[in-house]
Write a protein that binds this ligand. Structure first.
Ligand code: BGC
Length: 475
């Protein structure tokens, strides 16, 4: 039932502004996905218009990741000095401007600069959105908001794959279809840009800047009662008296360095198991195996999105480590199977000559592989990275691990196809399989189970010198 409270309407427990906050933040995740997934079903159209070959396509894809590294690097500074809200406005502005400019089909260097800028905005969003949410959304929905972000990434990848596939079919001329593809991204970007203006600033940031009155005003808009407001202000004040952001020198403290390594390796493996190669190039891979059409274009994004839903529930039921094992084993087996399928296909250049068995094996392998990633390494890695760092080093830890994610995403995107043409189509799948094995060993030896333990307990164990894989055990 709706009731009036303060200036906002309360619907089903939360005020309208809370939904606006979640919606705008969700758009941040969506744009991550739209830009990350843009290439998959537009590569052919882009190639027709800009005439770039395998290498040109690779570097155009990879430049997003380079932008992401810089965006993530600077986002900590933006978030601290400009504030969370203004950082989101900035990201929305860059998303809108760079995609609108791309829609004008500028010369290739400018188009690439736009993709760098989009990556920069994705880098800012991937740091600022989860931070803003955890500071502003009411406590009861903070956890689910964290997973909502990853879900929105996969929805973004799905939406852009679908709309690009349709646009490419409806308009054969790339001079018409490409602008429409970019304008689809511009549409969502401008929604985020406009939406971020009506967001309230994060009360925690306001308190950090000594603007208590303003923080109380914001909390009045988001919370329902004076008690809730007092409790929240009390909590923030307590946190502000505790250890503050320690600066980058914290990486030299032994206990911090240990968890930093866990986060860095988790993000590294998340990319080295090959997910973005499978997402970006799945239509091409299916094409090699003789499969074309909408099914080839949409299978991967659809499976990726659908299997992120069960992860939200399983991550609390089974725990993080079990999911990481299940995912890595599924990816290992399927990468070996895909490698085997490609090996048996050999150098056949005419897909119609390829037998039914390798085609079926390839199709099943790719689908099960994506399932394995979506249900585990996709959401779990981001989640664990937001949990393992002690409060005073959380910003530094998350900035570094986010940069590692983008660095390795870029490395895979920039080299995977050339690697395939140099060493044969099967080779890259065996390499990814090898990384799955290393990832399993790493999880077994070093990753703590963080399910069902408070962040404070984790931090206490860490500083007490408990070994990494036992950090999640309660004292
Ligand atoms: C990864 C991205 C990937 C996406 C796929 C994210 O967790 O960081 O690189 O494209 O999942 O869903």
């Amino acid at each position: 039932m709706a009731q009036e409270s303060g200036k906002s309407t309360v619907t089903g427990g939360y005020k309208t502004i809370v939904y606006v906050i979640c919606g705008v933040a969700a758009l941040g995740g969506l744009l991550f996905g739209l830009d990350q997934g843009f290439i998959a079903n537009s590569l052919e159209t882009l190639t027709q218009h800009y005439q770039f070959g395998v290498e040109g396509g690779e570097s155009y894809s990879a430049i997003l990741a380079t932008g992401g590294i810089f965006g993530a690097l600077l986002s900590g500074i933006f978030a601290r000095f400009l504030g969370r809200k203004r950082s989101l406005v900035l990201a929305g502005f860059i998303f809108t401007g760079a995609s609108a400019l791309s829609a004008m089909l500028p010369p290739l260097p400018l188009l690439s600069a736009c993709r760098f800028a989009l990556g920069f905005a994705v880098g800012i969003a991937s740091f600022t959105v989860p931070l803003y949410l955890s500071e502003t959304a009411p406590a009861a929905i903070r956890g689910s908001m964290g997973t909502l972000f990853q879900l929105m990434i996969t929805i973004g990848i799905f939406v852009i794959a679908l709309s690009n596939a349709f646009v490419a079919r409806a308009f054969v001329n790339p001079a018409t279809s490409l602008p429409i593809m970019f304008l689809t991204v511009t549409l969502f970007a401008s929604l985020m840009f406009a939406g971020s203006f009506i967001l309230p600033e994060s009360p925690r940031w306001l308190m950090l800047k000594g603007r208590r009155e303003k923080a109380v005003q914001v909390l009045r808009r988001t919370l329902n009662s004076q008690e809730e407001i007092d409790a929240e202000i009390g909590e923030i004040e307590e946190a502000l008296h505790g250890p503050q952001g320690a600066g980058v020198r914290i990486v030299f403290r032994g206990y911090f360095f240990k968890v930093l390594l866990v986060g860095v390796l988790l993000q590294m493996f998340q990319q080295l198991v090959g997910i973005n190669m499978m997402i970006y190039y799945s239509p091409t891979i299916f094409g090699y195996a003789g499969m074309k059409g909408l099914l080839a274009m949409m299978t991967v994004p659809t499976v990726n999105m659908l299997f992120t839903f069960p992860a939200i529930h399983l991550v609390e039921k089974w725990g993080r480590k079990k999911l990481l094992y299940v995912g890595a084993v599924a990816m290992l087996v399927t990468m070996l199977a895909a490698g085997f399928a490609f090996q048996s296909i050999g150098d056949v250049s005419d897909p119609s000559l390829i037998g039914g068995a390798p085609k079926t094996l390839l199709l099943i392998s790719v689908i099960v592989y994506i399932f394995g990633f979506a249900v585990s390494w996709g959401p779990v890695v981001w989640l664990v990275c937001s949990e393992i760092f002690p409060l005073e080093g959380r910003e530094v830890g998350m900035t570094i691990t986010t940069m590692i994610n983008w660095t390795f995403a870029g490395l895979v995107m920039a080299n995977a196809l050339s690697f395939m043409s140099a060493y044969g189509n099967a080779s890259i799948f065996y390499v990814f399989a090898g990384f799955c094995v290393l990832a399993i060993v790493f999880v077994a030896l070093f990753v703590p189970e963080t399910k069902g333990i408070t962040l404070e307990e984790l931090e206490f164990n860490l500083k007490k010198g408990v070994r990494l894989r036992d950090l999640g055990r309660r004292g």
